[in-house]
Design a protein around this ligand. Structure first.
Ligand SMILES: [Zn+2]
Length: 344
């Protein structure tokens, strides 16, 4: 079968690899759609490593085509999505419900074979943990490929307790920023301000519910925030969906007292900052972050998608056959693409 394989730092190719063998304790999933994420891009560009010869991809959905004799909970034909974390299920964090923080966590597409392939076979423990999740019939495969990013945004907004009355600044209108717009709106946020350098993305943000947008390349960021504040009374929550350290200091100045700032994106070596801690103290600010999502939040993402209240299609800008995955990865590196799907 065709698969996108990591060989060594910066060396990723589309290869012919053996099909998975039928195992009594596992299943085989025919991958129907997979989405490219920023982590895949970092691996592709040689900015981060993965396990040698691992199949990339942790955002995908598919249909079960083989069920091992010892597997009782699944049938051939089931539509599934995969919570892409392998956890031990018994450490302190797992027992608290945070499998994304498991002390022996492994991630699909980095440490264990992922879904950029025609077939996916989960390690048996993944089935036992309940990380292969059945999808309601009305959920489309292509949309279900975005369940993982949706779940991470649920995590982000739950940590910030976003709800009625909140004015939120979202930094970055890439796919993750736009998902933050859509979900903040669903959670009842009052006003949403979005900042990005790409005008097309800001237009989509408006279409999806942003009240105000800022293009710092064309407008004065501080002035535009003041204008927003005059109308809506300032913002009390801010989320960085791009790893730009410089803006944190600025946010500490302009966010309302008792506000919360969350670092949703990481940013590599350059993502360091020296901030005046007095600003945090005297304004009683909270500086926090989220990474990944819990398995419970992944289940919530399935429910949300199934409810039909998310216009998730709007985030899918391109589709490529799996064999053209390298073109897809190159395109995704350009800012004009949003979510790029691979269709095996
Ligand atoms: Zn654990």
């Amino acid at each position: 079968m065709k698969a996108v394989v990591f060989h060594s730092l910066g060396n990723v190719s589309v290869d012919d690899v053996p099909n998975p063998l039928k195992l009594d304790d596992s299943i085989i999933v025919r991958v129907k759609a997979a989405a490219i994420c920023a982590t895949d891009l970092r691996i592709f560009r040689g900015e981060r490593s993965a396990k040698e010869n691992v199949i990339l991809g942790h955002e995908f959905s598919g249909e079960i085509v083989n069920v091992g004799s010892n597997v009782k909970d699944f049938s051939v034909g089931d539509k599934v999505a995969v919570y892409p974390i392998l956890a031990d299920g018994k450490c302190e964090y797992c027992l608290k419900g945070f499998r994304n923080r498991c002390v022996s966590r492994k991630t699909l597409g980095i440490d264990v074979n992922g879904g950029f392939s025609e077939y996916f076979q989960p390690p048996p423990e993944m089935i036992r943990l309940g990380h292969i999740m059945k999808l309601p019939q009305n959920v489309l495969f292509e949309e279900a490929a975005l369940l993982e990013p949706i779940s991470t945004v649920i995590n982000s907004l739950e940590k910030l307790q976003v709800g009625f009355g909140d004015n939120i600044l979202i930094v970055g209108a890439g796919p993750m920023g736009l998902l933050h717009v859509m979900l903040s709106k669903l959670k009842g946020a009052s006003n949403i301000l979005v900042s990005d350098y790409v005008e097309d993305r800001l237009n989509i943000a408006k279409e999806l519910g942003a009240n105000y947008t800022i293009n710092p390349g064309k407008e004065d960021f501080g002035e535009r925030v003041k204008e927003f504040s005059k109308n809506f009374g300032g913002f009390n929550k801010a989320i960085l969906t791009v790893g730009v350290a410089g803006i944190v200091e600025q946010l500490l100045d302009i966010i309302q007292p008792q506000g919360m700032i969350s670092l949703f994106a990481g940013g590599g070596k350059a993502f360091t900052s020296i901030v005046d801690l007095n600003k945090i103290h005297y304004k009683e600010l909270v500086l926090t972050a989220t990474q990944n999502a819990t398995s419970e939040q992944f289940r919530k993402a399935i429910g949300l998608l199934s409810s039909g209240s998310l216009n998730i299609k709007r985030l899918i800008s391109h589709k490529f056959p799996l064999e053209n995955a390298l073109d897809a990865l190159n395109l995704r590196s350009e800012l004009k693409a949003l979510k790029v799907l691979l269709i095996p």
